[in-house]
Every structure is written in C-alpha cells, then in structure tokens.
Design a protein around this ligand. Structure first.
Ligand code: UFG
Length: 315
C-alpha cells in the first residue's frame, strides 16, 4: 500500500484530499501545524503529525516510510501576503525547501505540489496556458512560483498543479469539509452568507467584461483532488511538469450570484462596491494539458459547487 505524506492535510483542500485518498486505500500521514487547519477535519483513518514546515526534524520524522508527497501546506491569502511578504517567503519557500530536503534524506522521489494561478499575475491573454508568462503581482503568487522553480531544480519526479478558483465541498466520514476562513474572502462562501443586513459586496462593476464584473474559472474541490491522484500516477521520472486546473470556462460575479439564486431558490442581496485592489478582470484556465497528460476533466458544474458549499456551511 502506498503511504503518502499530505502536508497541510488539515486545511480545506488538504483534508478533502486526505479523505478521498483514504477511501481509495492509500495510507495517509497528515503533516500540519494547525495554524489555519483544523484537527477535526482530518479523516480518522489518517495519522496526524502536528508540526511546522519550518521544523526540519518534525518533517523528517513525518516523511519516514512515505513513498510520495502531496504538498498543500503554506500560507494562502493574497491580501495577507501583501502585508507580510517575509512571512510568505519564509513559510512557503523555506518551508518547501525543508520538505524537499526531507524527501531527499528518505529517498522519496514523487511529489505533487499545490501551485496557483496567482503565479501568472495579470494575464496578457485568456485562456491561460502553462506557457503563459508567469509574472506574479503579489508575494503569495511569487512564493508559489519560487517553489515551482525549486522543485524543477531538485530533479525529483513532480507535478505542480496550478489551481484557479477552488470551490465546493466534500462530505467526508467526519462531515462536510468546508472552507473555514475568518474572515472569509472567497466569493462563493460570501454569496451564501449574504443577507439583507450584510449584503454581498460586488467588487467592481466597471471591468472590461460582458457585464462589468470580474470573471473567474471555478473548479470543484472533488474534481481537483481527482487530478492530484491522477498526477501521482502520471509522474515522469526526474521531470517537473506544470499543469493548470480549472474548468476551462469563466463565470462573472453576477453569473455566480444568479446561479446561487437558482440553487437556493431565493434572492442573494448584493451591493455594487469599488474594485478590490489587485484583482485581474478575467482569469480562465486552458485545461488542455490536464486533459492530455492526466486524462482528467472536471465533472461537477457551478451549481454543484454552490449547493455543496451550502451544505457544508451547515456544520
Ligand atoms: N468577489 C466579490 N465579492 C466578495 C468576494 C469576491 O465581488 O465578497 C469577487 C472578486 O473581486 C473576484 C471574484 O469574486 O473577482 C473571486 O474572488 P475570490 O476572492 O473568491 O478569488 P480570487 O479570484 O481573488 O482568488 C483565487 C484564489 C487565490 C488565488 C487567486 C489567483 O482564491 O488563492 O485566485 O489569482 F491566488
């Protein structure tokens, strides 16, 4: 049985991966410092090793006996990264180097890394392919790009998966594994929380898009994890590959609100607000490479992402 080290396995995406890997018969060791993750999100079949990426000894002992690593751990908020760039460099880049060192010590040669569309910055063209220039516009994106480069230089067999907008939720054996951010910044959870007293703020209605609101490419977290499992099975020896994960189509903020109104059967109160600093108008992934290399394609649509997120919020 393959034993996999899942760093960040107590977070939203990592805990979903852990639950699905356990269902598929993998043995999972979760490594998480619980700074933003939750121990009750970790599937009971997995082993939880509490420790930081900045602690090489803790990493080395968690990695012992593992044959592969899926690396989700890290700081992941764009806004926070602008305020604390050193923290993002330290945790994301130095921490990932520590992980690569631990893998080397144990002779572990298989890695799937959670990279981000934020590596591309303001794209010149959409859809964004893996060949698009990577010019990140914030320290979060820059840290993910640096880790992609560290992995490429390490010579291990690896795939960096560049996520676009991850949404939806998975019902694990310990309940729905939801986004539990405080404060929540992501669109779909905020759409679901909106009320007459606290309406959703639409950040900008004067963008150069079909209805003036930003366009993003949303992908269901369960589809996303499926791609990670396929990535583990499709590594090329000693090569690093970059693969985008999205749906291949974009929805505007207003389209997400309309879809939510349909799913929920009620109005979503929303107010037009100024643009949010740093937002690009449109981000849509080209997913041709994921289709050809991983034989992957997303199966869950925007309505499923919204209804699963809604179910997960009744926790
Ligand atoms: N938005 C609103 N109101 C809200 C929240 C979001 O109008 O309350 C808008 C945003 O302006 C944006 C869209 O909804 O146009 C999506 O915003 P999110 O915050 O949900 O997601 P982002 O596109 O900003 O960020 C995502 C990931 C990041 C990643 C980034 C890559 O969450 O981790 O894509 O560009 F870095």
């Amino acid at each position: 049985m393959t034993r996999i080290l899942v760093t960040g396995g107590a977070g939203y995406i990592g805990s979903t991966a852990t639950a699905i890997l356990c269902d598929r018969g993998y043995e999972v060791v979760v490594f998480d410092d619980l700074s933003t993750g939750h121990s009750d999100s970790v599937d009971a079949r997995a082993t939880l090793a509490i420790g930081s990426l900045l602690d090489p000894d803790a990493l080395r002992s968690a990695a012992a006996g593992c044959q592969a690593v899926i690396h989700f751990a890290g700081k992941s908020l764009v806004g926070e990264s602008v305020e604390k760039p050193d923290l993002y460099r330290h945790v994301n880049i130095d921490g990932s180097q520590n992980l690569l060192d631990a893998m080397k010590i144990h002779g572990i040669d298989r890695l799937v890394f959670s990279s981000s569309a934020a590596t591309y910055g303001q794209p010149l063209d959409n859809p964004i392919t893996e060949e698009s220039v990577a010019t990140p516009t914030n320290p979060y994106g820059a840290s993910k790009l640096s880790v992609d480069n560290l992995i490429a230089a390490s010579g291990i067999s690896a795939i960096s998966l560049r996520y676009f907008n991850v949404a939806g939720s998975h019902q694990g054996s310990n309940g729905w594994l939801s986004e539990r951010h405080d404060p929540e910044t992501h669109l779909i959870p905020n759409v679901l929380k909106s009320s007459v007293e606290n309406p959703l703020k639409i950040f900008g209605t004067d963008w150069e898009t079909k209805d003036g609101t930003c366009i993003r490419d949303y992908v269901h977290v369960v589809d996303l994890i499926e791609a990670h499992i396929l990535a583990l099975k499709n590594l090329t020896p000693h090569q690093h590959q970059i693969i985008n994960l999205g749906s291949g189509s974009g929805y505007s903020v207003r389209e997400v609100i309309s879809a939510a109104e349909k799913v929920l059967g009620r109005t979503v109160p929303a107010v037009e607000s100024p643009r949010r600093e740093g937002d690009p108008a449109t981000l849509v992934a080209s997913i041709k490479k994921a289709k050809s290399i991983l034989n992957w394609q997303p199966e869950r649509n925007l309505e499923a992402m919204i209804s699963d997120t809604a179910k997960s919020q009744v926790r």
